[in-house]
Every structure is written in structure tokens, then in C-alpha cells.
Ligand binder design. Structure first.
Ligand code: GAR
Length: 205
């Protein structure tokens, strides 16, 4: 059984899809332990508490950056028994860059979802980047987090069409719909030992 922590900064729709999938047993072998936010009034925090009864923690940066801040997250993860050997930390719209120290502490135990087909359009405003570039296909990527920006080994990707009439909003909504399926799938694969790494290639058994 994997102990799961979810880190959010905002509305938490990916968090909701993960917690719902655990409830409905689409994800097995995962126990959700805590939802952590760096933003005081992140709407996802109320959802985690009220809809799912999951413990929540808010860690305000208070001017702290890098490991000074991230070591506080480590302390909370320890408190909830989310460990570097059998825990999983899912970034779900967590908009703060993690320090190298934090990432090195949890090797291949941190996942992120990104609203583009990486390695295209990493970083902020991925959907706007895709529209501005004029691509015909975009999508989402679940990947392990390494110390680069959205550069870690790719676990699953799924694509959606991009239409000439799309705005950032319409494309974001189309991508979000598949994010809600793909992220739970990736977590379920990891929790059921279906993921292996060969160099930086993720192999799904
Ligand atoms: C999602 O679209 C997620 O892919 C994106 O933020 C949104 C969070 O929505 N993440 C990133 O852009 C990370 N680079 P949510 O709070 O409703 O899950």
C-alpha cells in the first residue's frame, strides 16, 4: 500500500479526480494521507476536507524559498508517514518549484501532471504556448519530477486536437478532461508495480 500526499495551489480538480478514483477503487493500493497547499485559500483544501475527509496542511512560504521551505513539507510528510521508500507525492496544480534537495529526497516518488505533450511547452501557460505556436495536437503528460522544469521521465501522455477556433480556455478545458483520466491511471500503475525504468524510459508492464 502506497501512502499518498497531494500538493496543490488552487482549485484542485486533479486532486478531486485522484481522490474520487481511490474512493471508487479505480485506483487500488493507495491510501491518501494528506493534501498540502502553499496557498491559504486554495479551493481544493476545502474539497479535500469536506468532500473526502482527508487531513490538510497549509504551509505559507513567509518569504522562505528552496529547501528552507521544502524541509517543512518533508516534516509534514514524515508526520503522515509518506516516506521516500514507499510513499508517493503527486503535484496537482502545485505552482511552486521544488528544490533539488526535496527532489533528491524522494527519488522517483514525485509525479506531476502538465497540460501539454512534453517536452513541448514546459513551464507556465502551456495551453497558451500551444495555441501561440499553432500546433494541431496537444494534450497532457504525467511524469516523474526531476530537478529540471517538467523534464522528468514521462509515464503517460494523451493527446487532444487543437482547433483554429480554440482559445486558451477552450483548449484548457479539453485537456483538463483527459488529465482527470490520465493522472489516476498513472498512479494506479505505480501503486500496482506496473512501472519500471530503463535509463529514462518508463516501461509499463
Ligand atoms: C492543471 O491543468 C494542471 O495540469 C496544471 O495546472 C492545472 C491545475 O488544475 N499544472 C501545471 O500547469 C503545472 N506546470 P487543478 O488545480 O484543477 O488540478
Amino acid at each position: 500500500m502506497i501512502n499518498l500526499a497531494i500538493l496543490i495551489s488552487g482549485r484542485g480538480s486533479n486532486m478531486t479526480s485522484i481522490l474520487s478514483s481511490i474512493q471508487s477503487r479505480k485506483i487500488s493500493n493507495v491510501c491518501p494521507k494528506v493534501v498540502i497547499s502553499n496557498i491559504l485559500d486554495a479551493p481544493g483544501i476545502e474539497i479535500a476536507k469536506k468532500q473526502f475527509g482527508i487531513p490538510t496542511e497549509i504551509i505559507l512560504p513567509d518569504g522562505k524559498k528552496g529547501w528552507d521551505y521544502d524541509s517543512k513539507i518533508v516534516n509534514i510528510l514524515k508526520k503522515y508517514n509518506v516516506t521516500c521508500t514507499d510513499g508517493l507525492i503527486c503535484l496537482a496544480g502545485y505552482m511552486k518549484i521544488l528544490s533539488k534537495e526535496f527532489i533528491d529526497y524522494y527519488p522517483f516518488r514525485i509525479m506531476n501532471i502538465h497540460p501539454a505533450l512534453l517536452p513541448s511547452f514546459p513551464g507556465l501557460n502551456a495551453q497558451k504556448q500551444a495555441i501561440d505556436y499553432g500546433v494541431k495536437i496537444s494534450g497532457c503528460t504525467v511524469h516523474f519530477v526531476d530537478s529540471g522544469i517538467d523534464s522528468g521521465p514521462i509515464i503517460i501522455q494523451e493527446s487532444v486536437p487543437v482547433y483554429a477556433s480554440d482559445t486558451e480556455e477552450t483548449l484548457s478545458a479539453r485537456i483538463l478532461e483527459i488529465e482527470h483520466k490520465v493522472y489516476p491511471n498513472a498512479i494506479n500503475l505505480m501503486a500496482n508495480d506496473k512501472i519500471r525504468l530503463k535509463n529514462r524510459t518508463v516501461i509499463i508492464d
